[in-house]
Design a protein around this ligand. Structure first.
Ligand code: TXA
Ligand code: MG
Length: 349
């Protein structure tokens, strides 16, 4: 049985926080909201608790987890060296959606790092997440709280759908505001390298520490490049439906999608279209969901995973979607969208 508790972020009930912390201290699993997506937490230092996370998610054991801490001062307990670069980034972006990769100390079990010598650490800003981590007095391993391969959860009901019966407790704290997972930055080597784009962009990082590189494997669809973040190599964030993305001038994309919808609906296929506020009135399809204002990258990012899940609930067979601007968090949105689409992107000229 999974305990489900609703917590008001503006009036946090400490009894529920203590209940969650007790479960974590006893080696159990607690799903909770963070500012990026919901996470499924366990005690990082307990091998069996960590194993339960991999079981619950059906996650490949070579895909390492992020350790969540309540304060910067905790990091030195788990890593061998904190560079000036890492210090600056923690001062500027923590708490928040930035995960840093360090060389790990032995106290961090190998099953949380997928056998790697490095460990990923993040200090979330979400008040409920922080209260739970603080009350547990433990470093909390927390991957996104979805079944492996599915879109990450941005609402408790997504977690309930995926993990009911598989975790001890789900804390419902409303929407995850950002809606995409944290930026993962490797600071263990000489050049800071983005392994997963997120809400903290390359430009934001460069303002603080100078030149930052991006793992070439995440910019290209070349299958011979293996991403440095093991999780980035899987088809991921994927709805059940086939998803196809169209890039080009907006009016051309809309009319191309309309033609395809027409053809497929005549074959009795159930089709969904992901539209924007600007285009939603121009589609001719039975199932249209607007993801938001195309000039508001934050809004689009925060709605992406929810919209993909909504189409799954409707049992749509094919989803057509416009490509979005890569401005700001748009780089991360397009990264997740293309992974969800298995890189099916078509240029309309
Ligand atoms: O926003 C987030 O980061 C969310 C919330 C819950 O905090 N968590 C999250 O965790 O997205 P997860 O497990 O779904 O994704 C962790 C990513 C994976 O791509 C994994 O391969 C990478 O981080 N990662 C973890 N440790 C790593 C390491 N030592 N070296 C390289 N990549 C690592
Ligand atoms: Mg994940």
């Amino acid at each position: 049985e999974t305990i489900i508790r609703r917590v008001d972020i503006n009036n946090i009930d400490n009894n529920i926080i203590v209940e969650a912390a007790n479960i974590l201290q006893n080696g159990g699993l607690v799903a909770f909201p963070t500012e990026t997506v919901y996470g499924i937490g366990a005690n990082s230092l307990e091998i069996d608790a960590v194993k339960k996370i991999y079981m619950a998610k059906g996650r490949p054991s070579d895909n390492p987890l992020i350790v969540h801490v309540a304060g910067k001062e905790d990091v030195k307990k788990y890593v061998t060296n904190i560079s000036m670069t890492a210090e600056k980034l923690m001062d500027r972006f923590w708490p928040g959606p930035l995960t840093l990769i360090f060389e790990k100390k032995d106290i961090i079990p190998d099953n949380i790092t997928g056998g790697l010598s490095t460990v990923a650490i993040r200090m979330p800003s979400h008040k409920i997440a922080r209260s739970i981590i603080e009350a547990s007095n433990l470093p909390i391993a927390a991957p996104s709280a979805n079944v492996s391969g599915k879109p990450s959860p941005t609402m408790a009901k997504h977690v309930i759908n995926d993990l009911s019966g598989k975790v001890d407790m789900i804390v419902d704290g409303g929407f995850s505001e950002i809606g995409l997972e944290s930026t993962v930055l490797d600071v263990s080597g000489t050049t800071p390298t983005i392994l997963r784009p997120g809400g903290i962009t390359k430009e934001m990082l460069e303002e603080v520490i100078g030149s930052v590189s991006i793992d070439p494997a995440i910019k290209s669809s070349n299958k011979n490049l293996v991403p440095k973040a093991p999780g980035m190599k899987y088809r991921h964030y994927a709805p059940n439906a086939e998803l196809i993305v169209f890039k080009g001038k907006s009016d051309k994309v809309v009319s191309h999608i309309n033609e395809l919808v027409n053809i497929e609906q005549q074959k009795d296929k159930k089709i969904g279209v992901i539209a924007t506020k600007q285009t939603e009135d121009y589609y001719d399809c039975k199932n249209i969901i607007s993801i938001g204002d195309k000039n508001n990258p934050e809004e689009i990012a925060s709605n992406l995973f929810r919209v993909l899940r909504e189409f799954d609930e409707m049992n749509v067979e094919i989803i057509y979607c416009e490509a979005f601007s890569k401005k700001d968090i748009g780089t991360a949105t397009m990264n997740r969208l293309l992974k969800a689409a298995g890189n099916k992107i078509i240029n309309i000229d």
